[in-house]
Design a protein around this ligand. Sequence first.
Ligand SMILES: [Zn+2]
Length: 268
Amino acid sequence: MTESISRISRFQPAIAPPADVDAHLYVHVVESRVWIHDEQVSPDWGRHFLGVLDGRAYWGVDVPSDLSLDPSDGAALDLFSLFGRTSEDEWLAAGRAVQIVDWARTHRFCGRCGTPTELAHNERAMRCPACGHMAFPRLAPAMITLVTRGEPGPDQEALLARGVQFRMPMFSCLAGFVEPGETLEGAVIREVREEVGVVVDRVRYLGSQPWPFPHSLMLGFRAEWTSGDIVCDPTEIAEANWYRKDDLPPIPPGISIARKLIDHWLAE
Ligand SMILES: [Zn+2]
């Protein structure tokens, strides 16, 4: 019955360029901003292969932070600003560039013995030549949930919340990171209870979205209210309410899986 809300991208991540690709694009990573160029501006800067999109090889270029001038001359954009100005597939490649470059920048030394690391040959890893410790790119699974109450139909309500950290006055789904030792469904039930005090069940997965801020993988769920009144955790949630489909507050923009979860519910 339920269709996935995941978008299957044409961008294909890989660790080495295929032999038959001869067109290249370079995603220069300036701090955490990106600037896409058809040449690598300096051959001295480190680079990482990202993957292939529409027959072109994409590279992430690590622009040193100690340059006196921004080589992009102000053209580099943060990933939020880039969204909508390029294709969603290229945006995913740019997000991968930021994550891979940032990972390499922050894993230059072994976390176990402190020796400078080297890039491994056959996989995406930084390897310690002294003790053999391997460090892989980080991905933090985070779940995001739309909680509904009542039978499907015009009277069904969804729980939307305004987080204390939101930059815009909008209401969204509940989200949180998965803890070590926890299932995804367990994380959904725990986070909903912690953030707004209500008990849910019938947790079901709807789809995922890479979220490179800085290295999350968002896993989208629906869950059904079973009991409890809304009691917000004031350290996380400024306000939360039940909303009918015909009376929604401001909701997140289309970039986010939160919006896809809400749109999926509205379309039911
Ligand atoms: Zn080591």
